[in-house]
Design a protein around this ligand. Structure first.
Ligand code: CA
Length: 225
């Protein structure tokens, strides 16, 4: 899950990014409105956190322009402007939620969970495929209800597979949603993480649920009995 944080208070921006990384999200940070608009027009994100008072272009204008070309990516406004008119304007411009600063990090986490589940039409906290399950709140994977020890990246990969069962997922799509802008040699690194995830799943399940479709990508499937 790839999140863009647009916030010009660098300390706040950093602490949100750190917290979300601990939760297993990939995060990009942007401190300037003009750059932010460029980023959200060119990169693919699963969610955007948007401050309103920004240098360059202000948050409402970013949202307005972003929504002319993208109506599906959820946008959560984070702002010190707590006035009802600002909330109404933000929601009317196409924001999906609005959180007034200061806020509790737990509340931000819960709202992000709710918005990203909504975007994948997934209402459960727990995702499952056959004997595999993943608790998106505690970020723990289970096989036949026994917890599985996964790295942060392996957890993100498994979560993405479980959100898109029975569909081939290309390496490009994984890069867009699971890796942040700071990683080099993407494809090699993806192969390494997928291979270690497959090893762990195979050891726990007795079979490999992830299949490689040459030239297309990977697919997670339940074993057919
Ligand atoms: Ca600000």
């Amino acid at each position: 899950m790839h999140i863009l944080i647009i916030e010009d208070e660098t300390e706040l921006c950093n602490s949100i990014a750190d917290g979300l990384r601990m939760d297993g999200y990939e995060t990009d940070m942007c401190f300037d409105g003009t750059l932010a608009l460029e980023l959200c027009m060119t990169e693919v994100y699963d969610l955007i956190l948007l401050d309103l008072n920004l240098p360059g272009i202000d948050g409402f204008e970013i949202l307005k322009q972003f929504r002319t070309m993208n109506t599906s990516t959820p946008v959560l406004i984070l702002s010190a402007r707590g006035q009802i008119q600002d909330k109404v304007e933000g929601l009317d411009l196409g924001a999906n939620d609005y959180l007034t600063k200061p806020f509790h990090f737990e509340e931000l986490e819960a709202r992000i969970r709710s918005l990203t589940r909504r975007s994948f039409i997934q209402r459960e906290v727990c995702l499952t495929c056959g004997a595999i399950s993943f608790d998106t709140k505690s970020r723990t994977a289970f096989v036949n209800n026994c917890p599985l020890t996964l790295t942060r990246k392996e957890s993100s990969l498994l979560e993405y597979f479980l959100l898109h069962p029975d569909r081939v997922i290309s390496q490009e799509e994984m890069i867009e949603h699971i890796w942040d802008g700071s990683v080099n040699s993407f494809s090699n690194s993806i192969r390494v993480h997928i291979s270690s995830l497959r090893k762990k799943l195979r050891a726990a399940l007795g079979y490999d649920p992830i299949h490689n479709q040459i030239g297309q990508g990977y697919i997670l499937k339940e074993e057919l009995k």
